[in-house]
Design a protein around this ligand. Structure first.
Ligand SMILES: C[S@@+](CC[C@H](N)C(=O)[O-])C[C@H]1O[C@@H](n2cnc3c(N)ncnc32)[C@H](O)[C@@H]1O
Length: 428
């Protein structure tokens, strides 16, 4: 592989391969990246190239389609090489000739250098704008048009702030695993490692302000003394309020982040039955729970929609559109599928109904901003008001009215610097 002196072509080559995997297999960049053994420096550079390109995919493809009518038919690797070059020249401030040169080098292997050169020269002069208002917002804020219309109906002008926050990196939060360490020890350890922390409203959770080495790459993280978990995600288990000795049913549990928090709040006493329908994710959960020192959990591959198990409390951390996690997973914007969404809604309903058959108290949560997956799922149930250090639910949306909007919780990236979440508590 030929490289420019800054090694950029290596990063672009790998980033193009990562983006190809993301597109074909509908997985996240992190998951695709985990298949490659890379040193830290190259890994960060490849991650940045892939993330920054994927975030802006619609605007980049807009440029490329105007520069090459048969763009969609080109080999996926070459398509991604060109996308990265457009990202460089339009958004990264790289001189167009230099961005084109790197892409042409990579295309030579496939004897595609002439086409790539011609397309990128045209791309250089394409303006990224549209006469249509929604399309223009879509190109400016890098979100699909359906999302823009949805967010405007949900939040009015605030939708633009949401989309801006979705394009930014949200803070990292560290939850101390009190089954293996203590809040004070973890705080001291991280500060010694030059991780600057800020307290949050939860004693066991810190916001990371800065670091020399990311807390996920430090030894105590591998030893399970703390986990990286969003603040609002931590709040889900706090709202569940599991007590030592109780019996808890976790109906969609893998990879077990919330299960491990529940176990810590129970001080490993009592019982958690943690189910998930995915065998692969359950295997990951078993490994994770072992590292985290969780001892009071039974893990099962099972369908939470019809599993019977009498418990005091149940958690349904439902599969969802992940539209609250776009900042971490920009692929969510481009892989949204109406049919899959409809079938997920049915699963959410079944999981919630089954949870209410098995337990007297149920917490329902999603990392989605969509009313169909949240307020519409819990409407008509016996909702119990929870405290909200974040925002409240949606009262009205496109003709739908939700009377219990002030009993449930929502968080938003632009308001709270966390993922977008929904949490509701219900009684049988
Ligand atoms: C949002 S994730 C759960 C995250 C988990 N609670 C945590 O904190 O680590 C949703 C999970 O639901 C699982 N799932 C989807 N359909 C299911 C079903 N019918 N029964 C049980 N689990 C299901 C998925 O495999 C996925 O692992």
């Amino acid at each position: 592989m030929s490289t420019r002196s800054d090694g950029v072509v290596v990063s672009q080559d790998l980033a193009a391969r990562i983006l190809e995997i993301v597109e074909k297999e509908k997985v996240s960049i992190k998951s695709a990246l985990s298949r490659f053994k890379l040193n830290q420096e190259i890994r960060s550079s490849v991650y940045a190239y892939s993330m920054e390109t994927l975030k802006r995919l619609n605007a980049i493809d807009h440029v490329l389609k105007l520069s090459c009518p048969k763009f969609e038919k080109i080999d996926p690797y070459i398509k991604n090489v060109m996308r990265i070059a457009v990202y460089e020249m339009k958004y990264k401030g790289v001189h167009p000739a230099l961005a084109t040169d790197s892409a042409v080098r990579l295309a030579k292997k496939f004897k595609m250098e002439k086409l790539v050169n011609a397309v990128l020269r045209k791309a250089e002069n394409v303006e990224i704008k549209s006469e249509d208002k929604i399309k223009n917002l879509s190109l400016e804020y890098f979100h699909p048009e359906w999302f823009i219309k949805y967010a405007l109906d949900l939040l009015g002008d605030e939708a633009l702030e949401l989309m801006r926050a979705n394009n930014e990196v949200l803070p990292t939060y560290v939850r101390v695993n009190e089954l293996k360490s203590s809040v004070e020890s973890v705080r001291r350890y991280l500060e010694e490692k030059k991780v600057q922390l800020r307290e949050t409203f939860l004693d066991e959770v810190f916001e990371v302000l800065s670091y020399e080495k990311h807390p996920a790459a430090l030894e105590w993280h591998s030893e399970g003394k703390y986990v990286i978990q969003d603040l609002v995600s931590c709040y889900v288990s706090v709202v569940l309020d599991p007590k030592p000795g109780e019996t808890i049913l976790d109906l969609a549990a893998a990879p077990g982040i919330k299960t491990s928090h529940i176990a810590a709040l129970m001080q490993n006493e009592g019982k958690i039955l943690a189910l998930d329908i995915s065998k692969e994710r359950v295997e990951k959960m078993k490994t994770k729970l072992k590292i985290l020192g969780v001892k009071n959990v039974e893990v099962k591959v099972a369908d939470g929609c019809n599993f019977k198990f009498e418990a005091e409390k149940a958690l349904v951390d439902a599969p969802c559109s992940s539209t609250g996690s776009i900042s971490d997973y920009p692929n969510v914007k481009w892989s949204f599928d109406k049919r899959k969404f409809e079938s997920t809604l049915k699963i959410q309903k079944k999981l919630l109904d089954n949870a209410l058959k098995n337990a007297c108290e149920v917490i329902y949560s999603t990392c989605s901003i969509m009313v169909e997956e949240n307020e519409m799922q819990v409407k008509g149930k016996k909702i119990v008001k929870i405290d909200s250090p974040f925002s409240r639910g949606v009262e009205k949306f496109r003709g739908f009215v939700f009377e219990d909007w002030d009993k449930v919780l929502r968080s938003y990236p632009h308001r709270h610097r966390t993922s977008g979440f929904f949490i509701a508590k219900m009684k049988r």
